[in-house]
Ligand binder design. Sequence first.
Ligand code: FPP
Length: 248
Amino acid sequence: MQFPPELDPEKIPAHVAIIMDGNGRWAQQRGLPRPMGHKVGVESVQAVVRAARQLNLQVLTLYAFSTENWQRPPLEVKALMGLLKSFLLSELETMVANNVSLRCLGQKERFPAEVRETLDKVIAATAGNDGLILNLALNYGSRVEIIDAVRVVAGKCATGELVAQDISEEIFAAHLYTGGMPDPDLLIRTGGESRLSNFLLWQASYSEIYFVDTLWPDFREEGLVEAIRVYQGRQRRFGKTGDQVQQS
Ligand code: FPP
C-alpha cells in the first residue's frame, strides 16, 4: 500500500483499538450461518493488521472475544476458537517476518488447551519483536481487567511494596493488561452500534471514538484509512479550550 495521500503522516495515531462488530449480520444478510461471517471477518483482521504496519501504528488492539461471548451458541464459540487457532498458526511466520509482537489482553486460562498453547507459542515467538504490537483482546472484559489490577495493587499495599497514598493514575494503569502501552488515540466500532461493550473503559478516557455502520467483514484497509482521516480532522482538547489547544 502506498501511504494514503489523504492522511497526515505526522498525525498517525499511536494506538488504534477496534470493536469488530457485525460478522453475524453480514452472514445472515447473505443467508449464511453466522460463523461464515467470522470466517470472512478474519480476512478483515489480516487486512487491517497489514495496513496498521504500513501506516506505522505502534499498537493495534482488536476485541476478538469478550468475557460475555461464552454465552453464544456452543457451535459459534467452537467456530471462533477454531478460527483463532488457524489465524494464529497461519500468521505466525508473517508476524515474525514483519517484526509484529502479539500480546493477549484477557484471561486466556479459560480457552481450550490447544488454543492456549498456540497463543503461548505465538506470543513467545514474537516477544522479541519491537515493531507493531498486536493486542488480541480475548476472554476480555474491562471491568474484570480493572478488578485484576485492583487485586494486584491491593496485594502490594498489604505487603508494604506500595503505600495507598502513593497510588497515581500512572501506577494504576501500569497494572492493567495494557501496562506500558499508550492509551488508544482512536477507538473504532464497526457494525452500527454506539456503545463500548466493556472494552478498555479506563484506557479510552480520552480516545476519539469512531462509530461506523460498515459490518466488520466489509471493513478493510480503506475502512481504517477513512477512520484515521476522520480522526485527524478532530481537535483533541483533553479538557482544555479550543483556543488553548491551538496556542500550544
Ligand atoms: C462481533 O460480531 C464479533 C465477534 C464476537 C468476534 C470477532 C471475531 C473475528 C473477527 C474473527 C476471529 C478473530 C481473530 C483475531 C482471528 P457479531 O457476531 O456480534 O456480529 P452481529 O452483531 O452482527 O451479530
